[in-house]
Design a protein around this ligand. Structure first.
Ligand SMILES: [Zn+2]
Length: 169
C-alpha cells in the first residue's frame, strides 16, 4: 500500500461535497484493514497516523511512547518535561520538514525578484542548532545533540519499519 493512501483516513469535514459512491474506490475501511493486518507495533501505528493522517491527534500518544521507552535511561539526567520537548522536536523534524517561510516552495518571490529561500533546501526546512536552541528555549543544544541524534534514529527506524510493513518501500 502506498503511504499516500493513508490520507484517506483524514476525517472528512461535513462539507457540501457528496460522496460519489463509486464501488471501485479505496475506502477508509480498506486502509484500516491493511493496517490491522500488517502487524504494526503501537509505536509504528501511531507514527503512521501522526505523519500521514493527523499530527495533532496522534503526536502526544507517539511522544509519550518514545518517552516511556527512554525514561529509565534518561530520567536521571533530564527533567521529564524537557525530554518530552526534545522528543517533540525530533518528531517535528521527522514529520513536518516543510519550510514555513516559503511554504515548501524553496524560493521567495517578491515583486522584483525570485531568490532562493535562505531557510530551507528545496522547501525542506533546515533545522540548525540555533533554531533548535530557540525552539527548546535553551542556549546549549550541543549538550543534547547526541540524545537528539539517538531520538532521530529511533524515529527513523520506526518509520522505515512501519512503511515496510504496510508495503510502501
Ligand atoms: Zn524555504
Amino acid at each position: 500500500m502506498n503511504k499516500e493512501l493513508l490520507s484517506l483516513l483524514v476525517p472528512k469535514t461535513q462539507s457540501l461535497e457528496k460522496t460519489t459512491g463509486s464501488n471501485d474506490s479505496i475506502t477508509p475501511e480498506d486502509i484500516n484493514m491493511v493496517l490491522s493486518y500488517s502487524s504494526l507495533t503501537k509505536e509504528e501505528y501511531n507514527f503512521l497516523l501522526m505523519k500521514f493522517v493527523s499530527a495533532d491527534t496522534y503526536r502526544n500518544a507517539f511522544v509519550s511512547e518514545i518517552a516511556l521507552r527512554h525514561m529509565d535511561k534518561e530520567s536521571k539526567v533530564l527533567e521529564h518535561s524537557f525530554l518530552n520537548k526534545l522528543i517533540n522536536l525530533a518528531v517535528i523534524e521527522a514529520c513536518e520538514p516543510k519550510c514555513i517561510f516559503c511554504n515548501g516552495v524553496g524560493t521567495i518571490t517578491t515583486i522584483n525578484s525570485i531568490s532562493k529561500c535562505p531557510h530551507c533546501t528545496d522547501g525542506v526546512f533546515n533545522f540548525t542548532d540555533e533554531i533548535r536552541n530557540n525552539l527548546l528555549n535553551i542556549d546549549n543544544f550541543s549538550k543534547y545533540k547526541k540524545m537528539h541524534d539517538n531520538l532521530t534514529t529511533i524515529i527513523q527506524d520506526i518509520e522505515m519499519s512501519a512503511l515496510s510493513k504496510i508495503g510502501d518501500t
